[in-house]
Design a protein around this ligand. Structure first.
Ligand code: C2O
Length: 504
């Protein structure tokens, strides 16, 4: 492969994605940020300069396996300190997967303010299409900066996150009489590839195009056995590659991203999240009628998400169970925090977990604020499997995401987990990087301990992560982690000491 190099400057600008001006955090001044594009096997190098006046930052490449490159994961507190104002950091990783992804700030709530963009890695075509339409990002959109919203959510005794005023398709939508819609052109008779990404903070979208069926050929970074649907459920962080044939009469059609009401997160304006598919040069609005869209706070069913390349999961070395619950904050008892497995994740920003690993931690010395899940005694090896069972104690669903791995989804269900492990599906289960944990239900995930380092497992609802819904997964012996970090350790320490000096 070749090396693909990008230069990102993180800066605050005023933009009006839906016609309403607000301060946004951007890469190079645009929203969404530039597309990172590579071929399968290429090396990707991203130089990030922080041009914010008073805040740190960092970029995470969602779902990129970072096999042997834990230092490029961009998860603040886990693998790096925030990049200080004026400072730069270079991320280097190899595109070992192909399909559609995205990158975003993994510091505080910055991605909710716009610090995100798509990733496309071209691989072998497993399905036939004629035209690659490219990424289509679906995002819930707020008119108020996220820090202010988070502060008000904390003082809300129900712990309810704020409601988005709107939703965007590729950074555009209307609001009242303002703004304009995303539009794309279909060539009659041709098959179009759409790369759908939910880059939102909270809302699960149902995506559809009036009168057109979607042939789903990939999820996250994993090609699947194709299946056809008219409405696709996409949770925060998830991606679907779909092929749409322009086989209808020549006119204009609505593209719809309807938020799911039953996920409890809706402002009515957000029902106007639409784009336009045009077969012709006409500029008129479509008059087409929506597919029948059923509201449910669910994921696509596991039984339809069958990986194209079949893998089998081995027996687990260990299968811990973690329950997620909302508990009163220890300092502000009227506020609620997410507790997972007995810990609320709120680690320090100036002493990342991997630095503690490199400094020769002992498991007991890791602060419980990191909510550690310590697999280090098992070492990292290609044939050690672990399962993690997550249990939601409340009737709220969570899109669960793990860094450094595609996980295998062995099962999920309602009620409390009581399955014998032997009943889980080990035979080519759904393999992806973000999956829905049902409200008052359970989820069983498996992965191989093959990637030494510190990785975060978290709910991708930005507000839930911010309020503690995460675990730290420690993987590999200290020697294995040192082997990966090698010469990058100096860079880690430089960024941290600049962050310390900047005293922000
Ligand atoms: Cu989309 Cu922890 O990341």
């Amino acid at each position: 492969g070749v090396t693909r190099e990008y230069w990102f400057v993180v800066k605050e600008v005023t933009l009006a994605p839906d016609g309403v001006s607000r301060k946004m955090l951007t890469i190079n001044g645009t929203y969404p940020g530039p597309t990172i594009e590579a071929d399968w096997g290429d090396n990707v190098v991203v130089h990030v300069k922080n041009a914010l006046a008073t805040n740190g930052t960092g970029i995470h490449f969602h779902g990129v396996r970072q096999l042997g490159t834990n230092f490029a994961d961009g998860a603040i507190s886990m693998t790096e300190c925030p990049i200080s104002p004026g400072d730069s950091f270079t991320y280097k990783w190899r595109a070992t997967q192909h399909g559609t992804g995205w990158y975003h700030s993994h510091y505080s709530l910055q991605y909710s303010d716009g610090l995100l963009g798509p990733i496309v890695v071209h691989g072998p075509k497993t399905e036939n299409y004629d035209i690659d339409i490219g990424p289509i990002l679906l995002t819930d959109h707020y008119h108020t900066p996220a820090e202010q919203l988070a502060a008000s959510a904390l003082t809300n005794t129900l712990g309810l996150p704020p409601l988005a005023e709107n939703g965007l398709i590729n950074g555009k939508n209307v609001y009242g009489t303002k703004g304009s819609r995303f539009e794309t052109k279909f060539t009659p008779g041709k098959k179009h590839l759409l790369r759908l990404v939910n880059t939102g903070s909270e809302v699960t979208f149902k995506f559809s195009i009036d009168n057109h069926k979607l042939l789903v050929v990939g999820m996250d970074w994993v090609p699947i056995v194709p299946y056809e649907t008219s409405v696709l459920f996409i949770g925060v962080g998830q991606r679907y590659d779909v092929i749409v044939e322009a086989n209808q009469i020549s006119r204009n059609y609505w593209m719809r991203a309807n938020p799911m009401l039953s996920c409890l997160t809706i402002n009515v304006n957000a029902f106007n999240v639409r784009g336009i598919v045009r077969y012709t040069d006409s500029t008129a609005n479509p008059t087409t009628v929506s597919w029948n869209i059923i509201d449910a706070c669910v994921d696509e069913p596991l039984s339809t998400l069958i990986p194209y390349h079949a893998h089998t999961v081995g027996p687990s070395a260990i299968s811990p169970v973690f329950s997620a619950n909302l508990l009163p904050d220890s300092i502000i008892p009227t506020a609620l925090r997410w507790d997972v497995g007995g810990h609320i994740f709120h680690p320090p920003k100036n002493n990342p977990l991997v630095k503690q690993l490199l400094d020769g931690f002992s498991a007991s010395s890791i602060h419980t604020d990191f909510a550690p899940v310590d697999f280090t005694s098992l070492g990292a090896s290609d044939d050690t499997w672990v399962y993690i069972i997550l249990q939601s104690l409340l009737p709220l669903a969570h899109p669960i995401h793990l860094h450094g791995h595609d996980f295998y989804v062995l099962g999920r269900g309602l009620g409390s987990f009581h399955e014998p492990l032997a009943n889980l599906n080990l035979n080519n289960p759904t393999r992806r990087d973000t999956v829905n944990l049902p409200g008052s239900g359970w989820l069983a995930l498996a992965f191989k301990l093959d990637n030494p380092g510190a990785w975060i497992l978290h709910c991708h609802i930005a507000w839930h992560l911010h309020h503690g819904f995460a675990l730290s997964v420690l993987e590999g012996t200290t020697a294995q982690v040192e082997g990966v970090w090698g010469q990058e350790r100096g860079e880690l320490e430089r960024v941290c000491s600049n962050w310390g000096v900047s005293g922000l």
